[in-house]
Design a protein around this ligand. Sequence first.
Ligand code: 5RP
Length: 244
Amino acid sequence: MSDTDWQAKLLAPTDPVEVMKQKAALRALEQVKSGMKLGLGTGSTARYFVDGLGAKVAHGLQVICVPTSEATRAQAESLNIPLAELGDLQRLDLTVDGADEMDAHLRLVKGGGGALLREKIVAAASNAMIVIADDSKLVDNLGAFALPVEVNMFAHQATAQAIADVLHQTGNAGDITLRGGADAFVTDGGHYIYDCDLGRVNNIEQLASALLNVPGVVEHGLFLGYATAAVLAGSDGLQEVGKL
Ligand code: 5RP
């Protein structure tokens, strides 16, 4: 398959940041080989990866994939990308996904698109995870992007209060806001999301485990130890972190 064959029908962004995101996605796509089992991320950057993957599948690439959201499932189905249940595949070779923030240790904040629960389940089942993003996502300290925490709908205000207590106990502080407010956002799993505007996340590991101990918390957007590499696109080219 020549490059031009499969690239002919790709999305063609014109906005410079979108162009960078697509470049990061297509670099990650170079790592995909026939026969692989893949996790497909969610968001505007992952969309370029799925788009490119669909083009390669149309030209004979053989993969089987697990989407991390209904939006990604719909895109993958529209491109005839073969899909399967994670339970049937068990382990995946690679997941490619975006991020809201990433630090130099490949620690991530995710969930800006509301798909953090499925994204984390899929990342945890993957032997490798490549993050794709524009380089504005690389930060010295996580937390300028509000940390999403997915909660069960039942008594969610009480869960939010317990989250506030955990933030305090772990040396963190900031406003906690129900995503969508009166018209609350509902995740694919039927949950709400509280966004914790921390400014800077302190005691990351401690906070990550303490949040999971709150009854009602389903998952949070700190992805620690999942990403194995990242491709970050900037105006001066691609930067790779970790080993692709
Ligand atoms: C969705 C996510 C996305 O990966 C994250 O929000 C980044 O999205 P984008 O590529 O659109 O900036 O975590 O839950």
